[in-house]
Design a protein around this ligand. Structure first.
Ligand code: PAF
Length: 281
């Protein structure tokens, strides 16, 4: 496995691989790799000839006052996991190389970035779209895999790829969960043991809403109220949003008569958690 830290070295390497007829699959990450990331890599590996994983904690997608400084950085452990998994190249750029002085261009996917997390994390999706487009340009993948846990992020990237005519297949990987249903996330480690127990409620309520939908409930508000009421019973959980949107374009719906996603974001103590479930008949 090669570890490349320079943007120009990575770009040259990717160009040579592509010119030599190799197809690159790509999993962008912010490191602190857990089973969720490893599943994305396992999915991406057989999709092309060369698997590239990037590790970069992207300052552009952290709002002021959020956890950029304290975000867990575990580079050596991450490298070991990548090596064991059969990753061909880890691309780990320096911030000053990816965003040199004078950097000023941002990518905005206007509509899909609105609502849901977009309302609570101003600028977040601009930061994500910008870094992902830069990474795509440097790594030159044919296919890139993203987790469905960050469903709005996946929709933003799909829209960007479509709007900007990028020749890259975007693949979503189902959310990987802990045995009690909690979606895997690097931020789960911020939870105290007591908060960790509470966090299992998120998926339990989403599953209950999905079961109600499967039994015939089509009123979005009734499903949302079920989840909100369940969350309100735990005074330590502060809800940001619970929402049902069209699955493809994240438009709001009142009646779930087309494929939809139910998404939520909460704070448990200082930790912000998101999750979602699909509603499809
Ligand atoms: O999902 C993430 O880990 C990040 O948002 C991503 C896609 C690597 C961009 O920094």
């Amino acid at each position: 496995m090669k570890v490349i830290k320079s943007v120009s070295d990575m770009a040259v390497k990717a160009s040579r691989l592509v010119q030599g007829g190799k197809r690159i699959s790509f999993v962008p990450t912010m490191g602190n790799l857990h089973e969720g990331h490893l599943s994305l890599m396992r999915m991406a590996k057989p999709m092309a000839d060369i698997l590239v994983v990037s590790i970069f904690v992207n300052p552009l997608q952290f709002e002021p006052g959020s956890d950029f400084d304290t975000y867990p950085r575990t580079f050596q452990e991450d490298l070991k996991k990548c090596e064991d998994l059969g990753v061909d190249i880890v691309f780990a750029p320096m911030e000053s190389d990816l965003y040199p002085e004078g950097f000023q261009t941002m990518v905005e996917v206007s509509e899909v970035s609105k609502g849901l997390c977009g309302d609570f994390r101003p600028g977040h999706f601009k930061g994500v779209a910008t870094v992902v487009l830069k990474l795509f340009n440097i790594v030159k993948p044919r296919v890139a895999v993203f987790g469905e846990k960050d469903y709005q992020q996946l929709c933003v990237i799909r829209q960007m790829v479509k709007d900007l005519n990028l020749d890259i297949q975007i693949v979503g990987h189902p959310t990987v969960r802990e045995p009690d249903g909690l979606a895997m996330s690097s931020r789960n480690q911020y939870l105290s043991p007591e908060e960790r127990v509470r966090a299992a409620l998120l998926y339990k309520l989403l599953k209950e809403a999905q079961e109600r939908f499967e039994k015939g409930e089509r009123r979005a508000q009734a499903l949302i109220t079920h989840v909100q009421t369940g969350l309100a019973k735990d005074p330590k959980i502060a809800v940001e949003y619970v929402s049902i949107r069209e699955r493809d374009n994240l438009k709001t719906i009142d009646v779930v008569d087309k494929p939809a996603v139910m998404a939520l974001a909460v704070h448990i103590g200082k930790t912000r958690l998101i999750d979602n479930i699909f509603l499809t008949s």
